[in-house]
Design a protein around this ligand. Structure first.
Ligand code: EPU
Length: 330
């Protein structure tokens, strides 16, 4: 069974949103804001109003070397990245080819290749769905952390209208993430332009990650677990090759893709769900019409990783709907 919403509202402006929120048919029912839909798992029908965020527009203010852009939340993220890269404004190029909308970017604080949204984020405009009140959120108020934010925690209480970012006309390529330096050398690009870096990141991503348009997936299905560095000796004793990256505050990030691969799940398929053959952290939907089957598959991976490494994996995409009948609650 496909997941079906009771009502769908197309929102192209704040006025559209106000009209929908004051409509008596919708006041008492649950609401959910949908951007590109590339980072959600629908567990069953949605008994309320789905608000399709289609607010467009890009406003640019240049101030010396700084470029401030305010972008409608319904704009496509990758189109925005390409627009800024073609303009030679730096800041977003390492975040090329991430699926989804601009409004979804702060919700999970999108990140890739050594950069995350929080690095360029200034503020956002939002509307509280319960009261209709307009609010501006500063970076601090968004409470960004690794693939997390105030908006992810409050699960759709706010409708994000626009996002304001600060980019730069000066460019210092960020090439620390493993693989980027080698890819640059391969092309003999010593001082890549912003656009070249965007091209490069897009190529790297396209090799490793499936395009959700052709192969349905929600990107990384689990977060990379962050554990105290005191755990490393224990892990290395049993698994000398474990892939880990030092973090602040005496923590280490463990590559969840590696953990999953070691447990034999890479490229494995059960019914209509599997992991991607080139990246075990990505779950692929081969034809499931309901997210519960995906969660059950993910649970098997979690159980294996927990029993092999003693590490608890956390699901990254947002789960929408009830998990009644499943062993765990989300
Ligand atoms: N690895 C394996 N086997 C695998 C996959 C990964 O051994 O099947 C190991 C490799 O050693 C590799 C390491 O894991 O060196 C890290 O892999 P990769 O560089 O592909 O990145 P990741 O940690 O798996 C994260 C993000 C991605 C982001 C990339 C690049 C998370 C949850 N995921 O993946 O973000 O594109 O880094 O920065 O942090 C997403 O959030 O949806 C997403 C795709």
């Amino acid at each position: 069974m496909p997941s079906v919403a009771r009502f769908v509202g197309h929102v192209e402006s704040v006025e559209d949103l106000s009209d929908l929120l004051s409509d008596s048919r919708f006041t008492a029912i649950p609401k959910w804001v949908l951007g590109g839909g590339s980072n959600i798992v629908l567990l069953n029908d949605f008994p309320g109003l789905v608000l399709l965020n289609q607010i467009r527009g890009i406003d640019v203010r240049e101030q010396g070397d700084e470029v401030w852009i305010t972008v409608g939340a319904g704009e496509c993220w990758h189109d925005l990245v390409r627009f800024t890269a073609r303009s030679n404004w730096s800041g977003l190029e390492n975040l090329s080819l991430i699926p989804g909308s601009v409004g979804a970017a702060p919700v999970q604080n999108i990140g890739a290749y050594g950069v995350e949204l929080a690095d360029v984020f200034q503020h956002l405009d939002a509307v509280h769905l319960g009261s209709g009140e307009k609010r501006i959120f500063s970076r601090e108020q968004c409470q960004f952390s690794y693939r997390d934010s105030f908006f992810k925690q409050t699960k759709g209480e706010f409708f994000i209208v626009s996002v304001t970012l600060k980019l730069s006309k000066k460019y210092q390529p960020k090439i620390d993430y493993h693989g980027i330096q080698a890819a640059l050398e391969q092309r003999a690009w010593v001082n890549p332009s912003v656009l070249q870096m965007s091209d490069l990141i897009s190529e790297i991503r396209a090799i490793k990650l499936p395009d959700p348009i052709h192969v349905p997936n929600a990107g990384s299905f689990f977060k990379n677990p962050v554990v105290p560095e005191t755990e490393l000796p224990r892990l290395r004793a049993d698994h000398p090759d474990i892939v880990s990256f030092p973090q602040a505050n005496h923590k280490v990030k463990i590559a969840a893709g590696w953990l999953i691969e070691q447990c034999g799940w890479k490229g494995k398929r059960v019914g209509q769900v599997g992991t991607y053959a080139k990246q075990a952290l990505v779950l692929v939907n081969y034809g499931v019409r309901n997210g519960q089957e995906i969660i059950e598959f993910a649970e098997q991976i979690k159980t294996d990783v927990k029993s092999t490494f003693g590490i608890e994996l956390e699901i990254e995409p947002q789960l929408i709907g009830s998990t009644e009948g499943l062993a765990r609650q989300y």
